[in-house]
Design a protein around this ligand. Structure first.
Ligand code: ADP
Ligand code: ASP
Ligand code: MG
Length: 461
């Protein structure tokens, strides 16, 4: 069971989580709890590290550390009744906050923030949360122990910020956590792991979902439950369309496509370990536990609704590579893709018109500069005439396995957008036919999501 940042935002919520875990434990289940950082802490750590690496202000570090300690002390005071457990917990928080303060002051003086130090700093969110959640469980009379992801056996490569899981992790986690499960509820930090040298790495933002799935697969769990503050996977982001509805059941493939196409509700790699070990995943609301939420399973439920959900990705940029010299010049696309791969740029979407005079790509906004520079330096002759780009774009996708082989879905998508006066800049459909995705300008993106949600009647039962 994984609890997201909003589920462990403060002492009351942590106590509620501990009570929930106790209840499932008493019902005879063996459980591992995975916790995120207290809501907002990871953002705070990253922003502070970033700012002090530029401004060198030790006073800002001190202020941040005072607030951070207070937030966690407050949580301890509400979540843990037992005096002894409370003081042990305060001690472990103090030790960790001291280490963090030293690291942040180091960054002030160095004026430098490497990917490795970003992972180290951001790991403190979860490392401060786990002892409190574990203490709260113990305070309710259930044995519990807290672990970092690395201590629990999650080992990755050294690709800081988005580290890749090493296969050995599955057996390691099983050997470390398996023997505890009869009596104990281990609490593991989500999001973080370590490499073979024991240096802290992270699995990417929102990575606690993935941690839970790795652990679930390792201990041969019957199910993996992700507790959040939403009712499950919804037909679109409820922050954009308040009428969106929870989807009762969805397939692994659809859930993966949803997460790839921006539904923040799931970390994109969450489903991989679950698929491999055929473990059902549930997304549930921490504050309405009796609500069934969403069940993610292998079977494709054959349904009348062809489209299940609409998603939005922002913070992307469009690159347009054009030039009359590209027509019929063999190897142009290959050179573009190799240049981008060598520059470490990840391409999200591709489209080429059959005139061949133009190739459009979508990349993450933070990789735009590297991407444009790489393509420009690859083509110094006149094969490519121009490399234009646009930051003010979003990707919108409609997802649903039911689209496979059903004619007219694309027509309906583009017709309704046309009627709403929304201009489509680029289109792509994966050959899986499980999604249709397209690019629109940022200021039309929310309208596009609302229009499609309404067009496919996703707000109706
Ligand atoms: P966690 O607490 O587990 O970290 P997140 O905050 O990462 O949870 O994910 C939940 C958020 O994802 C919601 O607040 C919601 O705004 C957003 N979201 C985006 N798309 C969807 C969707 N299709 N279904 C549910 N939530 C979504
Ligand atoms: N705390 C991390 C983040 O905010 C990981 C997570 O919550 O899943 O990205
Ligand atoms: Mg998340």
């Amino acid at each position: 069971m994984k609890f997201g940042g909003t589920s462990v935002e403060n002492g009351e919520k942590i106590r509620h989580v501990a009570e929930l875990l106790k209840q499932y434990h008493m019902d005879g289940n063996e459980l591992v709890a995975v916790t995120s950082a207290l809501g907002g802490v990871t953002d705070g750590l990253l922003t502070t590290a970033n700012e002090v690496s530029k401004n060198g202000k030790v006073s800002q570090v001190k202020e941040f550390i005072t607030d951070l300690s207070k937030k966690h002390y407050d949580a301890i005071n509400v979540a843990i009744d037992d005096e002894k457990i409370r003081s042990e917990c305060v001690d472990s928080i103090d030790t960790r906050v001291d280490e963090l303060e030293k690291a942040l002051i180091g960054i002030c003086y160095l004026g430098e923030l490497t990917n490795r130090s970003i992972d180290y700093i951001s790991s403190y969110g979860e490392r401060l949360a786990a002892p409190i959640v574990s203490g709260s469980i113990r305070s309710l009379g259930i044995p519990s122990q807290s672990f970092t992801g690395g201590e629990a056996g999650i080992v990755t490569d050294s690709n800081y910020g988005d580290a890749r899981l090493l296969e050995d992790s599955y057996t390691l986690v099983k050997s470390k956590l398996g023997p505890l499960l009869k009596e104990n509820i281990p609490v593991v930090t989500g999001f973080i792991a370590h490499n073979k040298q024991g240096i802290i790495t992270t699995l990417g933002r929102g990575g606690s979902d993935f941690s839970a799935s790795i652990i679930g697969a390792s201990v041969d769990a019957d199910e993996i439950w992700l507790w959040k503050e939403v009712h499950g996977i919804m037909t679109t982001d409820p922050k954009i369309v308040p009428e969106s509805r929870p989807i009762p059941q969805i397939s692994y493939i659809e859930a993966m496509e949803l997460s790839y196409f921006g539904a923040k509700v799931l970390h994109p790699r969450t489903i991989e370990p679950a698929i491999k070990h055929k473990i059902p995943v549930r997304v549930k609301n921490t504050f309405e536990p009796e609500f069934p939420g969403t069940l993610i399973v292998a079977e494709q439920k054959q349904i009348e609704d062809v489209v299940k959900a609409v998603t939005l990705i922002n913070k992307v940029a469009l690159i347009n590579i054009s030039g009359a010299g590209m027509v019929g010049t063999i190897g142009t696309a290959a050179r573009v893709f190799s240049a981008l791969a060598n520059a470490g740029v990840n391409i999200t979407m591709i489209s080429q018109g059959s005139s061949e005079a133009n190739l459009s790509l979508v990349v993450n906004e933070d990789q735009l500069e590297a991407a444009v520079a790489a393509v420009r330096s690859e083509f110094t002759t006149n094969v490519v005439g121009d490399v234009a780009y646009d930051r003010d774009v979003c990707v919108v996708a409609v997802v649903g396995a039911g689209m496979d082989g059903i004619p007219g879905v694309a027509g309906k998508v583009f017709y309704s957008l046309g009627n709403a006066g929304i201009n489509i800049i680029m289109i792509s459909q994966g050959s899986s036919q499980h999604n249709i995705s397209f690019v629109v300008s940022s200021d039309e993106a929310l309208d596009a999501v609302k229009t499609l949600h309404c067009e496919f009647e996703l707000d109706k039962q």
